[in-house]
Design a protein around this ligand. Structure first.
Ligand code: HEM
Length: 507
């Protein structure tokens, strides 16, 4: 029934859009990048889930080139797969391309329009939570989470020593981000409840079920009544768990400063006078922002961690080289740990800086398997020319991250996992992940909307990879190769989750 409605609505919109093709903003001189006809594009959007869209985009790229257009209803979607075009758009003309399309999710950093609210929220996260001194203050929480992870992996090991790791990675990253949000070592059942609620929301957005509510904001509420109800229910379930955690901070929890604390104290400057609340955020808004942080920092990192460990299992010589580097810096692995015992020895964060090969392994993992194939969509704020084409105001711009990491013009043997490509002559690892001077890959995006958590994300990956390799020897299960096929959830994950033989190393 809903699909029928979508088709009817799309046909109506098709008619309207044809009439606005000659809109002043799209006159004869204003040529859009090439792409399939409106009818063909609409058909592609209606018949494919966003989760399965990647092969279609790759096909369109090979047909139309590094910049192409796909139109759907009133929306003009531009796709860019070329590094220098991405640099031109995101860095050189960044001010025009840093807006976001409208979303049904309000009050998050990632969905806020480019403007003062976004700036205030992003600055709060960057300066209050992601500042190096604050990140350092969470260092003991990372050690605690490492222990949680090692314990869970030991407990989850089958008699033959094999373990499926991804759920343990996700759980560990969740514990860490929940701690950064609320300052509590939340118990397992509550963590699992939060994970379940967050995942339901995310998967519904990633599959397009909830995004359609944004495409048709007014009619959508009537046509997709059931989905609206479902969306509101998911939101209220989320608030039911998250708001009490925020309130418990208000009741005078001393010690470490958490994200929830900073939100309670935040004032939105442009609303100071007119929201009747002195510019304070309400609890739903705070819950939405905490929920964003949990999503942004967990699945992305867990997905990357799984891909990196899979490559280390697949390439034992790379794992050996990495292990040797770790041992050269911190000494031999400690004796096998007992379950539930406090970890005495870890590869510390100070030591990570002395391990260029570790950095190279992590970067190679992010190049070869970026956590997302596309950046979050950007919105064009004003009509602008890009490579001789006119991009209309309001168009959505998408960046094909994975294609950039695999471009043979930039990367030698792009399909191979070769960390050495990131090392310079003296064995140092020097790479600008922000792409400010030029983009070669952009797993965290680039320009004004670049992921504000990129430094923390890299730290988490280096810390967990180093410790997992120092504590355990990872090997392939006899007779089973590692299948590197991928599938898209909220992030891009291994289709066959990594299962490996994991044995504690002896000193
Ligand atoms: C390996 C880990 C991570 C990866 C691969 C990753 C990747 C990304 C990407 C691709 C974007 C979209 C950029 C764009 O649209 O141009 C993004 C945005 C964002 N990320 Fe991350 N991220 C990671 C970790 C984190 C962490 C740890 C945090 C916070 C603690 C975080 C917070 C955010 C936020 C708030 C945004 C929205 C930025 C905005 O719209 O201004 N991310 N991330």
């Amino acid at each position: 029934m809903e699909t029928l409605f979508i088709i009817i609505i799309s046909l109506c919109i098709t008619t309207i859009i044809k009439s606005i093709i000659s809109h002043p903003r799209l006159n004869n001189n204003n040529k859009l990048p090439p792409g399939p006809s409106l009818l063909h594009s609409t058909f592609l959007f209606l018949t494919n889930s966003p989760l399965n869209f990647k092969p279609i985009l790759i096909n369109l790229k090979s047909k139309y080139g590094p910049i192409f257009t796909l139109r759907f209803g009133f929306k003009t979607n531009i796709f860019i797969s070329d590094h220098s075009l991405a640099h031109q758009v995101l860095v050189q003309k960044g001010a025009l391309f840093s807006d976001r399309p409208k979303s049904v999710i309000t009050r998050t950093i990632s969905t806020s329009p480019y403007g003062p609210s976004w700036r205030t929220l992003r600055r709060n996260l960057a300066s209050e939570i992601l500042h190096p001194t604050r990140v350092k203050a969470y260092s003991w929480a990372r050690k605690w989470v490492l222990q949680v992870l090692i314990n869970r992996m030991q407990r989850g090991r089958e008699v033959d020593g094999t373990v499926e790791v991804v759920e343990h990675f996700k759980y560990a990253m969740f514990c860490l981000l929940v701690f950064m949000c609320f300052g509590e070592k939340v118990d397992e059942s509550k963590i699992n409840k939060i994970v379940k609620i967050q995942r339901r929301l995310l998967l519904n957005f990633a599959s397009g079920r909830f995004s359609v509510l944004t495409v048709f904001p007014v009619l959508g509420k009537i046509i997709f009544r059931k989905r609206w109800k479902e969306f509101e229910k998911s939101r209220s379930d989320r608030d039911e768990v998250i708001v009490p955690l925020i309130k418990s901070r208000r009741s005078g929890n001393e010690g470490i400063v958490t994200y929830a604390d900073t939100l309670v104290n935040l004032r939105m400057p442009e609303e100071e006078t007119d929201n009747g609340n002195g510019g304070r955020l309400n609890y739903m808004e705070m819950a939405s922002l905490c929920s964003e942080l949990l999503n942004a920092g967990t699945d992305t990192t867990a997905a990357a961690l799984q891909w990196i460990m899979a490559n280390l299992v697949k390439h034992p010589q790379i794992q050996r080289k990495l292990y040797d580097e770790i041992v050269a810096v911190v000494g031999p692995s400690p004796a096998p740990v007992e379950q539930e015992v406090d970890l005495e020895y870890v590869v510390t964060e100070e030591n990570l800086g002395k391990m260029p090969y570790l950095k190279a392994v992590v970067l190679e993992g992010l190049r070869r398997h970026p956590s997302t194939h596309l950046l979050l969509p950007h919105r064009v704020m004003k009509e602008v020319e890009v490579q001789g084409y006119m991009i209309p105001e309001g168009a959505t711009i998408n960046f094909m991250v994975s294609e950039m990491g695999l471009d043979p013009k930039v990367w030698d043997e792009p399909m191979e996992f070769k960390p050495e490509r990131f090392l310079v002559n003296d064995g140092d690892c020097v790479f600008d992940i922000t792409g400010s001077k030029g983009i070669k890959m952009m797993p965290f995006g680039a320009g004004r909307r670049i992921c504000p958590g990129y430094d923390l994300g890299l730290l988490h990956l280096e810390y967990f990879v180093a410790n997992l390799v120092w504590y355990f020897d990872w090997s392939i299960i006899d007779g089973c190769d590692i299948d590197m096929s991928e599938k898209t959830e909220f992030t891009v994950v291994m289709k066959d989750p990594l299962r490996a033989r994991v044995s504690t190393r002896t000193p």
